[in-house]
Write a protein that binds this ligand. Structure first.
Ligand code: GSH
Length: 234
């Protein structure tokens, strides 16, 4: 079974829990309290993530999470290859399996061979486009500000004031990009639900106020209607 190293307040971790639920993949959840420094212990750095971050999953050697092939499938013949996993020293977990970090990389791994990752080359690349955009233009602003204000209480600290204003500006810029894209679409890629939506949903639904982004608001509801959807605190 897969193991997920997780932190309940993290949107990056929620992306993974949400996708596992949508795909109905069983897993073992290990809570890591990052506020208490549990992701920075020697044990965690040596055995789970050398970068000291969650989410990280451990994929048991020989694991095949989804055998089903659909019309949407892409060829992933080496994705679960036992020999390949064993030969990758950087991703070993003391003989337990292959470690995989970075929320969006985990989403890609889990959604291979499912309709949530299109096989059409253009749509596939467009999903990647939104995943990279999420990590560069969305999450660093919306998620970071949420963390500073709601969990680290930085809003009154003078050295944070300019940085907060800048994160707010860039975060709203990202929401504007989403609003414009959704003016003529139901979902981010190919007019159907994909991991681009899963990834973007995670921090959009709990970050900034979206009152002045009606298309984003409607899209959030559509994501919430997907069978298997779970809330962040489920
Ligand atoms: N780009 C990474 C970001 C991972 C990340 O920053 N994780 C945070 C929680 S959201 C963390 O583990 N922080 C603990 C630490 O830095 O000590 C991803 O998408 O997974």
């Amino acid at each position: 079974m897969l193991t997920l190293y997780d932190y309940s307040l993290s949107g990056n971790c929620y992306k993974v829990r949400l996708l596992l639920s949508l795909l109905r993949v069983p897993y073992t959840r290990v809570d890591v309290d990052i506020k208490k420094g549990e992701s920075r212990t020697d044990e965690f750095l040596n055995n789970v993530s050398s970068n000291g971050k969650v989410p990280t999953i451990v994929i048991p050697y020989g694991y095949e999470h989804l055998k089903r092939k659909t019309d949407e499938s892409i060829d992933s013949t080496s994705s679960n290859n036992y020999a390949e996993s064993r030969s990758d020293n950087n991703s070993k977990d003391n003989g337990k399996g292959t470690r995989l970090s970075e929320s969006n990389a985990i989403l890609i791994y889990l959604s291979l061979n499912t309709p949530l990752l299109p096989s059409n080359p253009i749509e596939h690349a467009q999903v990647m486009q939104w995943l990279f955009w999420e990590q560069y233009s969305h999450e660093p602003n919306i998620a970071t500000l949420r963390w500073w204000i709601s969990y680290l209480d930085k809003s009154e600290e003078p050295e944070y004031l300019d940085r907060i204003v800048e994160k707010q500006r860039s975060g709203y810029e990202a929401l504007n990009v989403m609003e414009k894209h959704l003016e003529s679409r139901k979902f981010f890629v190919g007019n159907r639900f994909t991991i681009a939506d899963v990834s973007l949903y995670a921090y959009t639904h709990c970050g900034f106020s979206i009152e002045s982004f009606p298309k984003v608001k409607e899209w959030l509801r559509r994501v919430e209607e997907q069978p298997g959807h779970i809330a962040m605190d489920d």
